[in-house]
Design a protein around this ligand. Structure first.
Ligand code: ADP
Length: 435
């Protein structure tokens, strides 16, 4: 089964193709094709990179007339040119999309129908940059690949069963009715890391209390018990919680009303300030990139030092909060760019939990291998570094849905005619997978 995955972000578009035969592999496989577009403003040159398994990256700079056209061009490299990996778009069995916001309606991977597209467009009020880019990606696939079954995998879904006391904000009760509540994000990776941790430790996921720390450009924590997210730091938007690369994370809401009164800032100006000019970048004045902050700190830059210290202070503070919610901790997971690559951040964060018997193996922490336990054998808490594998997690969900195509049929028939047509494609796809 060939599964194409599209991960459409506001600043980049990542795609990959997985080829799955028989049962799912135990470890994430390397995709035979990966394509990335780093977006530039329309009319300017954007960077397109295509990587084939085991070979070098083919780089291209291309003027962007529209985002759809750029995605179309990227997808064509799958079956056109010397480096093609399939003979034509009809070889693709299913396409999975990362969708940032599924609201309260979407709590499971969902086959995309016109109704789902309409709902995603409606939910764009909650995540304007992301959901629009994702709908564009879905429509482009429909045009370029043809009538292939498409599946939405939601970043909010893993947190959809947060207990109400964790999900509700203490504003007026009516907020809940208006959908103003904690949704949480990065759920695809939090769920993947929780499952991968249980697999690596050879434990039943239901028996573990985990804190998963997704520390990339965006940062969030999740508290996982019985395989479910029971608390998380991102909230109504991905701006809540930890300090991030260029996002502020949680701040006193009184600062916003103060700024509104004092400098008549508009909503858009505030969005820009809090999303693009805050966090590591805002404090250090150097960069939103942790590597550059660490380099500046090492050369004596006091603002870079403050930015790092604030970051790890907040990280410790939120890990502590999650441990309280979980009533203990068995496993602490670090994942995404900073979590996987910064021994300084991991060591400083873990340093706060020696009192719980958490002991880091400093050598392993300095140079962890992929998906490794970096705690000492006698540590009371396992500490794992797990590579973020959102695309693989999405491909797995597509595979599972296709395997259970019969149940998909039933759900879809209840929806509409287009959906029924897609369901029969799923049925065909299931049949081709039979030995
Ligand atoms: P995204 O959230 O966009 O997917 P990533 O998961 O790639 O982002 O994480 C990007 C962050 O990871 C940046 O802050 C970058 O500086 C950080 N990072 C990458 N490599 C290192 C490293 N060796 N040391 C510290 N931070 C790193």
């Amino acid at each position: 089964m060939k599964v194409l995955v599209l991960n459409s972000g506001s600043s980049s578009q990542k795609s990959c193709l997985y080829e799955l035969a028989g049962a799912l592999p135990e470890h994430p496989p390397e995709p035979p094709w990966q394509g990335t577009i780093e977006w530039a403003p329309l009319g300017q040159l954007a960077n397109l990179d295509v990587k084939h398994a085991g070979s070098r990256v083919i780089h291209e700079e291309r003027a962007i007339r529209s985002r759809q056209e750029a995605i179309e061009h990227l997808l064509h490299t799958l079956w056109e040119g010397k480096a093609r990996v399939i003979s034509g778009p009809e070889e693709i069995n299913v396409v999975g999309h990362r969708v940032v916001h599924g609201g309260q309606e979407y709590t499971q991977p969902t086959v995309i129908t016109p109704q789902v597209i309409a709902a995603l467009s409606r939910l764009a009020v909650f995540a304007p940059l992301h959901n629009r880019a994702e709908v564009e990606g879905i429509e482009t696939v429909e045009r370029v690949v043809g009538p292939v079954p498409q599946v939405a995998v939601f970043d909010t879904a893993f947190h959809s069963q947060l207990p109400l006391p964790a999900a509700a904000y203490p504003g007026p009760f009516e907020w809940l009715e208006q959908g103003i509540r904690r949704y949480g994000f990065h759920g695809i990776n939090h769920q993947y890391c929780a499952e991968r941790a249980a697999q690596l430790l050879a434990k039943d996921l239901d028996s573990l209390r985990l804190v998963t720390c997704h520390l990339g450009n965006g940062c969030s924590l999740a508290a996982v018990r019985n395989g479910r997210s029971i608390d998380t730091t991102m909230g109504f938007t991905p701006l809540d919680g930890l300090m991030m690369g260029s996002r502020s994370g949680s701040i006193d809401p009184g600062i916003l009303t103060y700024l509104m009164r004092q400098s008549q800032m508009t909503g858009e100006e505030m969005d820009d300030l809090l999303n693009k000019k805050s966090g590591l970048l805002g404090i250090s004045g150097v960069s939103s990139d942790m590597r550059e902050v660490l380099t500046a700190m090492a050369s004596g830059n006091p603002r870079a030092k403050l930015a790092f210290e604030m970051f790890v202070h907040q990280l410790r503070s939120y890990i502590g909060a999650m441990i309280g919610v979980l009533e203990g901790i068995d496993v602490l997971v670090f994942t995404a760019g900073i979590g996987e690559n910064s021994p300084e951040v991991r060591a400083t964060a873990c340093g706060g939990f020696g009192f719980l018997g958490l002991k880091l193996d400093l050598e392993k922490n300095a140079r962890p291998q992929a998906d490794q336990d970096i705690a000492t054998p006698d540590s009371a808490v396992r500490v794992l570094v797990i590579r973020a594998q959102e695309d693989w997690a999405i491909a797995r969900e597509c595979w599972r849905l296709a395997r259970d195509a019969a149940s998909v049929d039933l759900r879809l028939r209840a929806q509409d005619e287009t959906a029924t047509a897609k369901a029969s494609q799923f049925q065909k796809l299931k049949e081709t997978e039979r030995p």
